[in-house]
Design a protein around this ligand. Structure first.
Ligand code: XMP
Length: 507
């Protein structure tokens, strides 16, 4: 285990992912952890992340100096490097110049830079800099503007780099991290998808025994992978419940049912609750109100139906590691119950325990596990899809008629993107149905029908995004097909706004 101690930098999760790419298991923890808590985790290496503060300011995030006396190798990155210097008696000051972007660097002989070109390029992003190194340290890299770009105390296994080895713009940056793990921490890299699956199965079997487990399936990646993993461990003691709110995309409900029932032979109860949802949505136009109703109704159906299947001891949730990090890290089992509820806000008085088999994994790792478990690629790489589904893509009041129109148009759109080979490049693509009719002419006849909006976004996390430049000929094909094949639609528009200022969804 390697501990990545979080000082608030923007690349913290990236550092953790790089470590895991070396097949070394790591966890990200807040800097508020005590030395005892850190020792209890028995790490073989520690990495301090970057962060936006200045080490010499009052209330800047810090850590006890004892950490350097544990005999565990430490690598400080950016703020983490400055903190190491500051705590051990060196000096850190605001630099004359801000160093930002790709920067030429010169490495000296060091285990950390083993096998790496001496004259190289790194990614810098700092204003403060180390001015004097602590006793026992030597300088191991410099740039034109930063005479102390890396330093180390070989004897105590303490290393510090001002640049960011975790970002791709640092040539050989990943090798720096690998050198730290392999050459300095002596880690072997045994943490793989396969070992994760084997260990999880063993853990779940031990924990659950022959008790009853329930899983709410949504057809999304996380809940699907969690369910299949738990099924591998305990077989028919797992019941999956799939509440189909009727707001899924065309054929999606049947696909979910077929994958889990036919491919994996799992116990799946599908509840077709479309009428209930549409009933509650009647006359409602406000997006937030719609979200609330769909969320509440989901829980109500889930509760009612789960009562029918008798006593349940555990509930599976598809919580993944970024949620865990955001809610303050994993202090062990005590925090399990308080964690994110993926089902969409469970009631307070639930009387089952939660199991979250993916709570240690990043999204790309969840996908790898899913593929290894044999879940179809289409499901594993499907675009993100909001919980309220088409309920917020039929703008204004949701009716059966409008839902059907949207499902058809959306299906054609996504089908054509796939044919053109664009679906993998696009982060999220979907159609929306505004509550608007426009005039058209078909044959000799004037029409007055709905219009369809198309959205395609490139993004890495959905927080920001750019509209995707779909080639005109592909757009043309989509537009022609939608107007010809979907009754009651006579116009197609393409959304060319980014996020911000727009959001990805229209509601
Ligand atoms: P926005 O529209 O806020 O969307 O730019 C960002 C990402 O979040 C998804 N989204 C939702 N997901 N429940 C969800 O589970 C929701 O109510 C919801 N609203 C937006 C959206 O699809 C995009 O991926």
């Amino acid at each position: 285990l390697v501990l990545v101690i979080d000082f608030g930098g923007q690349y913290n999760q990236l550092i953790a992912r790089r470590v895991r790419e070396c097949n070394v298991y790591c966890e990200v923890i807040p800097n508020s952890y005590s030395i005892d808590e850190i020792k209890n985790k028995n790490p073989k290496g520690i990495i301090f992340t970057g962060g936006p503060s200045s080490v010499y300011e009052e209330n800047a995030p810090t850590i006890s100096k004892e950490i350097f006396e544990l005999g565990i190798p430490v690598l400080g990155i950016c703020y983490g490097a400055q903190l190491t210097a500051h705590l051990l008696g060196g000096s850190v000051k605001k630099g004359d110049k801000r160093e930002y972007g790709k920067t030429k660097i010169h490495y000296k002989d060091s285990m950390l830079f083993y096998g790496i070109e001496k004259e190289n390029i790194c990614w810098m992003s700092h204003t403060d800099a180390i001015y004097e190194i602590p006793e026992g340290f030597e300088i191991t890299a410099y740039t034109d503007d930063c005479p102390i770009a890396a330093m180390e105390n070989k004897e105590k296994n303490l290393y510090a780099v001002q640049f960011h080895p975790e970002v791709e713009h640092t040539n050989d940056g990943f090798k720096v991290i690998e050198n730290f793990l392999v050459n300095i921490c002596n880690l072997k890299g045994t943490w793989t998808t396969k070992s994760f699956i084997d260990e999880s199965i063993e853990y779940i079997r031990k924990k659950v025994g022959d008790k009853k487990v329930l899983c709410a399936l949504s057809g999304g990646v996380d809940s699907s992978v969690a369910a299949v993993l738990v099924h591998k461990a305990i077989g028919d003691n797992l019941t999956c419940m799939f509440v189909d709110h009727g707001l899924l995309r065309k054929n999606e409900g049947d696909e979910v049912e077929s994958i889990f029932k036919d491919t994996f032979n799992m116990n799946l109860i599908r509840i077709n609750a479309k009428d209930r949802f549409l009933d509650r949505l009647k006359g409602v136009v406000d997006p937030e109100q719609k979200r609330k109703i769909i969320g509440e109704e989901f829980i109500r159906v889930f509760e009612e139906e789960s009562k029918k299947i008798g006593k349940i001891d555990y509930l599976v949730q598809g919580t993944i590691y970024p949620d865990v990090i955001e809610s303050g890290g994993d202090k062990g089992t005590a925090s399990v119950i308080k964690s994110h509820h993926n089902v969409g806000g469970l009631p307070e008085d639930i009387d089952f325990e939660i199991i979250e088999p993916l709570r240690k994994l990043f999204k790309d790792e969840v996908r790898k596990v899913g593929l290894e478990l044999g879940i179809p690629k289409d499901l594993i790489f499907r675009h993100p899809f909001p919980g309220p589904g088409l309920g917020i893509r039929v703008l204004g009041e949701v009716t059966d008629e409008k839902l059907e129109i949207l499902k058809e148009a959306d299906y054609i759109y996504r089908q054509e993107l796939k044919k053109a080979g664009l679906d993998k490049e696009i982060w999220q693509a979907f159609a929306v149905l505004p509550d608007v009719k426009t005039v058209g002419v078909m044959g000799d006849e004037r029409t007055y029908s709905y219009l369809i909006g198309l959205r395609a976004i490139s993004s890495s996390d959905g927080m920001t995004g750019d509209w995707y430049r779909i080639p005109y000929d592909v757009l043309e094909k989509i537009s022609i097909r939608i107007v010809n094949e979907v009754p009651n639609v006579n116009r197609v528009v393409y959304d060319i706004t980014s996020k911000p200022p727009s959001t990805i969804e229209w509601e």
